[in-house]
Design a protein around this ligand. Structure first.
Ligand SMILES: Nc1ncnc2c1ncn2[C@@H]1O[C@H](COP(=O)(O)OP(=O)(O)OP(=O)(O)O)[C@@H](O)[C@H]1O
Length: 262
């Protein structure tokens, strides 16, 4: 059984998962997951298609009505998905403000939405309709909607995999900037080893419904990136854990699903 513990903090973990199982009929998708996420930690969840990543993310987002085991999240969570899922009949400002429907009064909701949209670089798109946005801009709105409620844990389910490579680099920088500014914990689900290494403090590899291995990518916060040989070693280990032979992998990009299919 995987037993993964984040560095101890005085506040305790923002998410605490113990012996978490999930089956769909006879298919066991999650098997005895143990996981702690510390406040402000950036965790990446990597794994082959179908290994249970999104199922675990849904449990953390309280989107699964029947989780088995303990899944505790302290504080607010928010989710952004691969597709921005914006309401096409609402303007950008309103799409973001809707995330606050149960909170503050209308004027305040709109102020917060505008402020957050400015933070993600869309201060000039407040009155745009979703269909007038590029894919990258729509995903920025989705990030703003996830951020506006000031979550303790932001869950990102392959948020950049449909974007072109250059837009994805911009989005990586944006997410790192937002994370530094707001200090929330983030869990990102990705197929991409390099994306996981570029973003996360800690990378978990899932296999067959279990957390099979984890790596710390540190230090991160003060821009002292790990040395190149260290990154190369970690990357090679991750590819092996994912069943991809490192010498067959493109050293610059490794979407796991494509490598697996090769
Ligand atoms: N609501 C559901 N009903 C039945 N089976 C489901 C349901 N949700 C997920 N599954 C199954 O659980 C398994 C894991 O799905 P999940 O979406 O968690 O995988 P994943 O690792 O996120 O995959 P991908 O990377 O392709 O998104 C798959 O076999 C999927 O078909």
């Amino acid at each position: 059984m995987a037993s993964l513990t984040s560095p101890a903090t005085t506040d305790g973990p923002v998410a605490r998962v113990r012996d978490h199982h999930r089956s769909f009929g006879d298919t066991h998708v999650l098997r005895a997951i143990d996981l702690d996420i510390a406040p402000g930690e950036f965790v990446a969840l990597l794994g082959r298609s179908g290994c249970g990543k999104s199922t675990l993310l849904r449990s953390l987002a309280h989107l699964d009505p029947t989780p088995a085991g303990e899944v505790e999240v302290s504080g607010r969570t928010s989710v952004a998905f691969q597709e921005p899922r914006l309401l096409p009949w609402r303007r950008v400002r309103e799409n973001v403000a809707l995330a606050l429907l149960n909170g503050s009064e209308r004027k305040r909701r709109f102020e917060l939405a505008e402020q957050t949209l400015a933070e993600v670089g869309l201060g000039d798109k407040l009155d745009a309709w979703p269909l007038q946005l590029s894919g990258g801009q729509a995903q920025r709105v989705s990030l703003a909607r996830a951020l506006v409620s000031n979550p303790a844990l932001m869950l990102l389910d392959e948020p950049f995999s449909a974007l072109d490579a250059l837009t994805r680099i911009d989005m990586h920088q944006l997410v790192i900037d937002l994370w530094r500014r707001h200090s929330m914990a983030i869990l990102i689900v990705t197929h991409d080893v390099d994306e996981a290494i570029a973003l996360a403090d800690r990378v978990l590899v899932m296999d067959d419904g279990r957390i099979a291995r984890e790596w710390s990518i540190e230090p991160r916060r003060d821009d002292r990136a790990p040395s190149k040989p260290e990154i190369a070693r970690i990357r090679a280990e991750m590819l092996v854990a994912l069943g991809v032979h490192p010498t067959t992998a493109n050293p610059n990009r490794t979407p796991v699903h494509k490598q697996g299919a090769a």
